[in-house]
Each structure stands twice: as C-alpha cells, then as structure tokens.
Design a protein. Structure first.
Length: 577
C-alpha cells in the first residue's frame, strides 16, 4: 500500500508592509503521524554561510483544523519545531517573518514591494522534501504584481515540485517594471524594482549578447523561461543564481559611468553563467542539499572561480567592451591577487572548504591568512585556459572543459568529484596536472603567470612609482575625527613591530600624520631608515620604532614581451579573437 503523503500549502498575507512582517499560514492536510517536525533552512544554496534564517521568525502557533484549538509544540533546536498532532490529520501553523534586509539572499518588505527567498521564509518537513509545495500570495488591497519562476495555478497561487525548487524560486511582489524580450526563441524578462539612472534598452541589448555567447559554450539553454530580477538600492552590490532566474542588487545610480556599467555587465554575465555552472554542474557534495547544516566541498574554486574567469571575458567576446577594458580589468584583479598576503598562507582548496567560516566572516586580519576562491580560482582557470590553448594551438580552450562538464554532469544533474573534474581538464590539456594541483590548489606556491603567458607573447610587469616611499605596511582610513588603521600586513615592518588594525594613527617622528598625507611623509625616508610611529592602542599611547622596507609594487599589468615571435603573435590573436 502506497503511504499517504501530506498536502502542504503556504498562504502569505501582506497586511502592513511598512512593519516589515510577512504573515504566513501553513496548512498541512492528510497528516498521519503523532508528531509533526518542522525545520527552517540555516543557509541557501549559492551563498555558503549559515545565516540562521529562523532568527527572524516570531509569533509561532499551531492549531487544529478549526484554527482555534491550540496544539502543544516545543522548540527542539534553533531551527526545529515539533508539534504534537496526535490524531489530527489537518494542522494549521501560523507565524511571522521579519523582513528588513535588502540583499539577494535575505528578505525585504516595505511599502513598495516584498521580496523573499524560500530558505528564509518556509519550513520543510523532514522526509517530505520531495513532494509538492503550494504557495498562495494575498496582497489585497494592494495592486501588487507577483513575479516568480514557479508554475502558476492562478494569478496568486503557485506550485513547487519539491522543496529544492521552492528554495530556488524567489518571489518579487509589488511595484515592478517588467521588460519582455526574446533570445534564441525563448522568452526572457528584466524585472526591476526601485529607481535609478538605468537604461533598460541598453541593458536588454547587452543581455541578449551575453546569453548568445554563453549559450555557444554549452550548446543549449536549459530552461523554458528566464528572468533577471534587479533591485536598485542605495549602495548594495551582489547577485544570487537560480535555475530559471537570477537576483541582482546594484547601486541605483551606477549605470551611466562606463566603469560602473562594465561592472554591472560582469555581474549579469556571472550570475547567468551560474545557471549551468553550479545550478546544474554541481560538485558531488552539493548534489543533494542538506539545509540543516554546512555542505562542505573543496570545489568552490571551480564553481565560482571559473564563473569569475568568464564574467571578465564574456562581455569582451560579446563586444560590449574592448580589448583595452579587458586588460584593464585583468590588471586590476591581478594587482588585487598579488597584493593579498593570504595567498601565501591559505591553499585554494582549503579556501573552498572553509568558505562557511572565513570568506563571509571577514576580519581586519583576513587578508593576511585568507585568499578568495573567487579570485584565485579565476586565475587557476585563466592559466589552465592558456595551457589548453598552447597545447592545442588554440583548437581547444577552457570552453571545451565547460562544455564537457555540462554534457557529462550538468545535463543529467549528476554531481562530480574533484578527481573527475581534474580528469576532464587533463583530457583537453593533454598532460598530467597532478603537480599543478599539488602546487597551486593544495599548496601556496606563487602562480606561474609569466610561464603560462610567455607562449602568447605576454608577461606581467610590476609598477613601482618613481618616488614610491619605503614600505610601512598599513592602510589608514579616516573615521570621524580619528585616523584609524584598518589593515596591517602581517609580514610588513608595521606587522613585525606589532601594530594592529584598530589602532589610531597619530604621529611619525613626533609630528602629526594622517592617512591622507602618510605616503607623502614617508617619501622623506629611505629603505632601512627607522621611524618612530605613535598610535593609540586600546586608548593607550604607544610609540614604536619601525625599520622601513623597500618600496612595493603599487600595481601589476599585462604587457607584450619585447620582440614577440610570429608564433606568439598568432597564439595571442587566436586567443583574443
């Protein structure tokens, strides 16, 4: 006899949006057990941090079908409620969720709209995550529009095939501007909330190009309909991928200046690329989500790093920006990477594994002992792309790796192991990459940029200013009336002398100094000179002697090598075409 499965229906009421509270009623019918266990996710896929969504829940009650007779319940853990149902086969649960955090991974409700992620609003019933979940939205009397990727029963009711799909289908409810467009015979929308200096026609034109270029890599669009949801905010920034949509948060006046618009287009390219890489091409550890705790994987360097690698090159391939912009963006990222001391401390695969406790929980010391798997992963893929191109004389590239990963793992949605990923890359690189993995993914050896760039006639040039001051090793920012040290390079003269982030900078050799004029003052000294630096440390006046070091590069840039050969020129043009 087939066991009876419960019917699960969420009803969301928006009564007083200015109070930032979603009113939720959960109705469970055909319940057959003595107890009902309800759990709320602690994280959402795509954002690898335990966010404790249940902290925003209040006014929890459980009643019989009459919605008046209370049922006994207890809280067994931070995100776990247990209700004594006894003989009741229909249970009603009511609660409220406070929603006043506007990011792509949280919930926000105000007088103009409501936005929520499934992980931050809905319970799941253990053992019943694979059944249908129905959601109804009641916005009356507000004339608000509802946008979601879920199948609709009617204008206000939607169906998710399982809890994974419910979590993966955010809702935007309220005042929206919706622009429809077609790409490769499939419908798309830009859905925008908020006001700003956005040029929607330009964005749609460039979005079409991005979709077409990325589809060439994978060979197909794996959806029937897709929308881009854009929140225009004061200063927010971020994106979160979903199977049939993505959510973007961007400064409302960040669309007219070229460098800001280019950054936005990179964000669009990044999140759209994720619909293949991460949402469908997933590590084995993320093949099945455990919403109750961390899901550890050492492969985020590929999930995010490969996507970051492509978000720079896709707009260039789409001719949204030119070669000069491409190299400028690469130079900026190379400079950031080579100016992060943590690259010599934290291996890349460890950075992936420890995302849950490090990447999203940064401290003033983080740059000393961490490296972002986005940033280093991007350059691992960059070097591997160059290697594949060199060994095949541009007949193959990292595109072939992504295409094969799609066919082998993404299309059937079967999780890959890192060894399987390595094997696919080796097939196209035509060489054993065990040493590469050992040195640059499991180790902290410096990435061999010049070795991999040389076959293409390129090298990295260090830029040291002619009047560059000797190195002290601190970053200072003005906070109110104080000059606050916000970062100390642990290997620098300042770090060795014991200065710490949070110290208040006062004087050099007895004379007042600020973050604004510190570099100018240091130009009066030579490397190996000793200065007396005065700070307030925990409100105590301290003066420390510090021996200055040689000037460090302020930037790094890609440049062509002298006397480039015809073969190098041919490879370079083949790559950049």
């Amino acid at each position: 006899m087939t066991p009876i499965k419960p019917n699960i229906h969420y009803h969301i009421k928006i009564k007083n949006p200015q109070l930032h509270l979603f009113d939720i009623t959960l109705t469970i019918d055909n319940w057959q057990k003595e107890n009902l266990d309800l759990k709320m996710p602690v994280w959402t896929p795509g954002s690898y941090l335990v966010r404790e969504y249940s902290q925003h829940l209040q006014d929890f009650t459980a009643t019989k079908s009459d919605q008046q007779t209370l049922l006994t319940w207890r809280k067994n853990a931070k995100n776990y409620w247990q209700i004594e149902t006894k003989s009741e086969n229909k249970i009603t649960v009511q609660y409220k969720i406070y929603a006043n955090e506007l990011t792509v991974r949280t919930n926000h409700l105000d007088a103009t709209h409501g936005y929520f992620n499934g992980a931050g609003l809905f319970f799941y019933i253990p053992e019943y995550e694979d059944i249908q979940y129905q959601v109804s939205i009641d916005t009356a009397p507000l004339p608000w529009h509802i946008t979601t990727a879920l199948k609709s029963v009617d204008e206000h009711t939607f169906i998710a095939d399982d809890f994974d799909q419910l979590v993966d289908s955010p809702f935007e409810i309220g005042e929206q501007k919706i622009e429809y467009f077609q790409v490769l015979n499939k419908p798309h929308q830009w859905v925008t909330w908020g006001k700003g200096n956005i040029d929607t026609n330009k964005i749609i034109k460039d979005t079409k190009k991005i979709i077409e270029i990325e589809t060439k890599i994978f060979g197909e669009l794996p959806y029937d309909n897709y929308f881009f949801l854009l929140h225009l905010s004061g200063s927010g920034f971020g994106g979160l991928e979903h199977k049939d949509c993505c959510v973007l948060n961007y400064p409302r006046f960040g669309f007219q200046k070229k460098e800001k618009y280019d950054r936005f287009i990179q964000l669009v390219a990044h999140e759209f690329f994720h619909l293949w890489n991460v949402k469908r091409i997933r590590p084995k550890a993320l093949e099945t989500f455990d919403y109750d705790q961390e899901n550890y994987t050492s492969s985020l360097w590929f999930c995010e790093g490969a996507t970051s690698f492509y978000d720079i090159f896709i707009p260039y391939r789409a001719k949204i920006y030119d070669r000069l912009t491409l190299f400028s963006l690469l130079n900026k990222d190379i400079t950031q990477y080579l100016n992060t001391p943590g690259r010599k401390v934290q291996p890349l695969r460890e950075s992936s594994f420890d995302a849950w406790i490090k990447l999203y929980r940064r401290t003033p010391y983080s740059n000393n002992n961490q490296i972002s798997y986005y940033l280093k992963g991007q350059f691992i893929c960059f070097l591997l792309d160059l290697l594949i191109r060199k060994n095949s004389e541009n007949k193959h590239s990292f595109d072939n790796v992504m295409g094969q990963m799609w066919q082998q793992f993404g299309k059937p949605e079967v999780g890959y192991t890192e060894n399987e990923l390595k094997n696919v890359i080796e097939d196209f690189a035509q060489e054993d990459l065990s040493k590469f993995w050992e040195l640059y993914l499991d180790g902290t050896e410096e990435l061999p940029f010049d070795e991999y760039l040389e076959p293409f006639g390129l090298m990295i040039e260090e830029k040291i200013e002619k009047k560059a001051p000797p190195t002290l090793g601190i970053i200072v920012q003005r906070e109110g009336t104080t000059e606050k040290i916000t970062f100390v390079d642990a290997t620098s003269p300042a770090g060795i002398a014991g200065l710490q982030a949070g110290d208040e900078l006062l004087a050099v050799d007895g004379f007042r100094v600020t973050g604004e004029n510190l570099m100018e003052r240091l130009q009066d000294y030579q490397p190996e000179d000793t200065i007396e630096l005065t700070v307030f440390h925990e409100d105590e006046l301290l003066t420390t002697k510090i021996k200055l070091a040689t000037p460090q590069p302020s930037a790094y840039k890609l440049k062509t090598i002298p006397k480039m050969s015809a073969l190098q020129q041919q490879r370079l043009e083949g790559w950049l075409k």
